[in-house]
Design a protein around this ligand. Structure first.
Ligand SMILES: Cc1cc2nc3c(=O)[nH]c(=O)nc-3n(C[C@H](O)[C@H](O)[C@H](O)COP(=O)(O)OP(=O)(O)OC[C@H]3O[C@@H](n4cnc5c(N)ncnc54)[C@H](O)[C@@H]3O)c2cc1C
Length: 284
């Protein structure tokens, strides 16, 4: 099945929840490449939270020159606009939700002037509006596992942070996160029994980077029942699948392992490629 830009995915039905429209209330630079936006406003009443640690939303970005009113009536727009003029989606983790304040926080990796969402988070005016669908997601770190193995790049920091904060003091594990360099490290709240290791690529991102994979492989295999949460660039995730699944034999049901983005692909292409061999992390 081919998917037009801004089109509906297989899991989305016409009866899906209405889009949530929020305003940008605050911007914080929490690292050289990470911008946190606080979003809120009356539209928060439409936000139906999900009790998982990797909950994510799909922001919709329309071409500014079309001046489309928010929320976007996608069904109607499909009848009027060329596919290339439809709003496009960008997927982001909800780092924190505050139901009393009526806000969510989202941490955006700013990866230069390419693309839409990272740039928008860096440059948009306070008070500007954005809409999104979701949240979805399904991961929860579970007590019944002997060990929790988390790995990823900058894009996984929000979801890993939420998971670490949700873990009890009895839980054990390791978190290995690849960032550009030391300046990108964050102070993560984590249980004492979960070690947090930062690794540095010391270079612009390239899918040939092996620093995350090597550090994961070098970590002594804990044995017992291991729960895996690994997300990041697609080629790197394929290497981690090979390690966790093929070599270590972690049960597929005990892992959340997927690509969050693909080098050289805008999200639209990256998502479309999930239906082709190159886009698949697992063969089936
Ligand atoms: C479930 C899920 C949750 C996610 N959560 C987060 C999150 O909380 N924070 C976050 O920042 N991202 C997150 N991502 C990843 C994010 O959706 C992608 O990075 C997305 O492509 C960014 O959109 P863009 O418009 O900035 O760039 P795009 O227009 O999609 O891409 C433009 C170019 O930039 C490159 N690019 C995209 N992302 C990166 C990157 N991180 N580093 C270097 N180059 C990049 C692409 O390869 C492409 O060449 C998540 C993805 C998924 C699937």
């Amino acid at each position: 099945m081919t998917q037009p830009a801004g089109g509906r995915t297989q899991n989305e039905s016409r009866t899906s929840r209405p889009q949530v429209v929020l305003q940008v209330l605050k911007r914080e630079h929490i690292g050289p490449h990470l911008v946190r936006l606080t979003l809120g406003g009356p539209g928060f009443a439409q936000f139906v939270d999900k009790p998982v640690t990797d909950r994510y939303v799909k922001f919709l970005f329309a071409k500014p020159e079309l001046e489309l009113p928010l929320p976007y009536n996608l069904d109607e727009l499909r009848t009027k606009l060329a596919p290339e003029d439809m709003p496009v989606r960008r997927t982001y983790t909800v780092r924190r939700s505050d139901h009393e304040a009526g806000t969510i926080e989202v941490d955006f990796v700013v990866h230069g002037d390419e693309g839409l969402a990272g740039k928008w988070a860096r440059d948009t005016e306070i008070g500007s509006s954005i809409c999104f669908g979701g949240p979805a997601g399904q991961f929860v770190p579970r007590e019944e596992f002997d060990f929790h193995f988390f790995a990823g790049d900058e894009t996984s920091i929000p979801a890993i942070s939420v998971a670490l904060e949700a873990m009890s003091d009895q839980m054990r594990g390791v978190t290995i996160i690849e960032v550009a360099d030391e300046a990108d490290e964050l102070d993560l709240v984590h249980p004492e029994g979960v070690e947090v290791r930062w690794v540095h690529r010391n270079a612009p991102f390239a899918p040939t980077s092996t620093v995350l994979e090597n550090t994961v492989r070098d970590y002594p295999w804990p044995g017992g029942r291991v729960q895996v949460f690994a997300h990041g660039e697609r080629d790197v995730m394929k290497k981690l699948r090979l390690y966790f699944y093929d070599e270590r034999g972690v049960d597929r049901r005990d892992m959340s392992l997927s690509a969050y983005w693909a080098y050289g692909r805008a999200e639209d292409t990256f998502q479309a490629e999930k239906r082709t061999d190159v886009g698949k992390i697992f063969a089936d």
